[in-house]
Write a protein that binds this ligand. Structure first.
Ligand code: SF4
Length: 340
């Protein structure tokens, strides 16, 4: 709609829903899957949303596309509040934001030829005039993602995982979207193929100015594609910063732990890996105070009582921790040692 200002602004997004418990207790528990998440994505830039399984990052990606309705908060996309659009206005707006899914095996219809799969958004939005123009556009897209025109006659099961993800990307960019939400797009792929797909996404970003919301559970995966990294824990962003600042000076103990798990050829760096105690708590039983205190290696008494508000520690760098510091946690300090 407008080329001024950020492309997407998520404001205090929340998604709560009743827990699936036994009939006796139904309705007593609430899953706080997303619990107050805010961020901005600039045009042609990439925000990576990173966290362990169950932290709410995939739910955020669906809220942003309004594939599910938020409990609270809003999503401003290109100057418009997506959460207030009618069904018809939302259908039209969807030309500008598309999704690449985690599982390239499940996200493509096995009974459709690849050319029909890629042409689907073109048909739905009447984006091209006539069958010939549609065929030409499909060939153009196939070639742009590193496949060939003749691949269009084949079915998804005849391709490797990396090739299927290329097909999913071709479908996602068919309408020249302004935003692509990529939900763990490489986590089902071999490491060697992961970098090829990430390089393809980077090239497409340069060529077409696409912005990405890139969801991943691994900081190593986002190192090359992210401009900004937001680290999520139990429904909240606990640290957000420009990528170089986050990798060089992580302030939150959770970010430090995730970074320490990134494979590093330096043996000294390997020795300093921080292993967190326990699992992520259930989003139906969010801990009091700082929700990370049950696993935090440097937790103090205040952490159990007071929820830390995000504080700005440098330009475009915010951290939700009472004791945010830019230094890594000492390697010989056992996780949970100072727990309140
Ligand atoms: Fe750890 Fe306390 Fe900071 Fe939470 S507020 S991350 S428990 S030090």
């Amino acid at each position: 709609m407008t080329d001024a200002g950020p492309l997407l602004v998520a404001e205090d997004l929340r998604k709560h829903f009743p827990a699936k418990t036994g009939a006796l207790f139904a309705g007593h528990d609430t899953v706080r899957a997303v619990d107050g998440v805010s961020f901005t994505i600039e045009r042609g830039r990439t925000l990576a949303l990173v966290g362990e399984s169950g932290c709410g990052k995939s739910t955020v990606s669906r809220l942003v596309l309004r594939l599910i309705e938020p409990t609270d908060g809003r999503v401003m996309f290109d100057g418009r509040d997506l959460t207030k659009l009618s069904a018809e206005a939302l259908r039209k707006a969807r030309q500008d934001f598309q999704m690449v899914f985690q599982d390239p095996y499940a996200s493509l219809s096995p009974r459709e030829r690849v050319s029909d799969i890629i042409a689907e958004p073109l048909r739905v939005h009447n984006a091209v005039d006539g069958r010939r123009a549609q065929r030409d556009r499909v060939v153009e897209l196939l070639e742009r993602v590193g496949l060939s025109a003749w691949h269009g006659d084949r079915f998804p099961h005849q391709f490797s995982g990396g090739q299927r993800q290329r097909i999913g990307i071709a479908r996602a960019i068919a309408l020249n979207p302004k935003l692509v939400v990529a939900d763990e797009p490489v986590s089902a792929l071999d490491v060697s193929v992961q970098s090829q797909v990430i390089n393809l996404l980077s090239d497409l970003q340069v060529e077409y100015g696409i912005a990405y919301l890139f969801v991943a559970h691994d900081l190593a995966v986002v190192k090359h594609i992210a401009d900004t990294v937001a680290v999520m824990y139990l429904g909240r962003i606990v640290e957000i910063a420009e990528k170089r600042a986050l990798f060089a000076r992580p302030h939150h103990p959770y970010t430090q732990a995730l970074l320490s798990a990134v494979p590093n050829p330096d043996p000294d760096a390997r020795r300093s890996q921080i292993v967190l105690a326990g699992d992520v708590p259930s989003p139906t039983r969010v801990p009091s105070g700082c929700r990370f205190h049950t696993r935090c290696p440097i937790a103090q008494e205040i952490c159990r009582r007071v929820d830390p508000a995000p504080q700005t520690v440098a330009d475009d760098h915010a951290v939700a921790c009472h004791f945010a510091k830019p230094h890594p946690i000492p390697a010989d300090r056992p996780a949970g040692a100072d727990r309140a």
